[in-house]
Write a protein that binds this ligand. Sequence first.
Ligand code: SOE
Length: 406
Amino acid sequence: MTHADRAPIGIGMIGYAFMGMAHSQGWRNAKSFFDPKLEPRLVALGGRDRTAAEEMARRFDWQQVETDWRALIARDDVGLVDICTPGDTHAEIAIAALAAGKHVLCEKPLANSVAEAERMTEAAERARADGVKAMVGFTYRRVPALALARRLVLGGRIGRLRHVRAQYLQDWLTDPDAPYSWRLDANRAGSGALGDIGAHVIDLTQFLTGEHITGVSATMDTFVPERPLPGGDGTGQVTVDDAAVFLGRFSGGAMATFEATRYATGRKNAIRIELNGTEGSLAFDFEDMNTLRFFDSSVPTETQGFTRILVTEPTHPYLGAWWPPGHLLGYEHGFSHQAADLLTAIADGTDPEPSFADGLRVQRVVAAVQASAATDSQWVPVDGTGSGDTGSTGTTDSAGTAREVA
Ligand code: SOE
């Protein structure tokens, strides 16, 4: 196919802050480096502040600005709505966009509650019958080292999973004078570290293992209850968690520990995951995101050890589209991978992942963590996983089909 043969698809993006910027370059680089069957056209940027939105449209080459998201969705030249707004707006916008026959990419977490996530998932299922696709933006699945890790786990290279250890560590709220923002308001964000960064490691560990978290025991805390409003005019009440720590069980029986905090002083964006199995282990740290550490128990003892795989070969996930080996990727590349995979799914008529149902599964774990933390860390089964105990003998493959563990 030549570029002339590629059907265009108009993108309408709502929101233009950090995620809006990350998505904007993602669409452009997906077109350039992955040359998808559908060619994204950045037709409309949505933002209530016209001046600010027009400045971002100029910088990121969006053709026009809409100050009302409903008008953006109604445009005939918009075929895909990209939602980059705070969580309290995801449900209304996504459900309206799907009803209008527009494909949807919605930033994570999918919603601020299970109820909202269920309504969004139902809307996505209805739209799917008409060939309309929906994806939630857990981009870390598309870090090549993590995509490789999943390939190794599902290929049996670490055997049966015994332990999952997952942390998402940031420190941008360690300073009590760091200003108030929408992320600290439960009405806007739904929850704090738990739903913002905890959601990433909940999704990631379920993605890497092909299994579901079936129950949790949790504790949460808010260390700084109020913060100065931007501009220094008074303070805002922090109504979300600053940190969440929880135990979990996976559907195959593995034991899990999770941490999500914005007070890990010195840790800037450290997603640390280690999986221990009967035949080996995998370890990853986003602050060294181009490498994956792999311990293979089948290697003779005298040369055993965690090997450091530099995940930059053309045969590694996504790498064939980028640079020669060793030239490293960054945080932003996951957004190009996300855009390319969504465009390919739409063109091929397949179902993009993570789906809204995957986002709902994350939301149910978030709700179980909140319920457990509110009841002195009592064990809380995760709705929809069918397991009330602390560990089942069954497991599920990547399609979520239950099968007995050998
Ligand atoms: C803030 O914690 C944040 O921007 C998250 O919202 C993103 O999902 C993560 O990728 C980086 O940190």
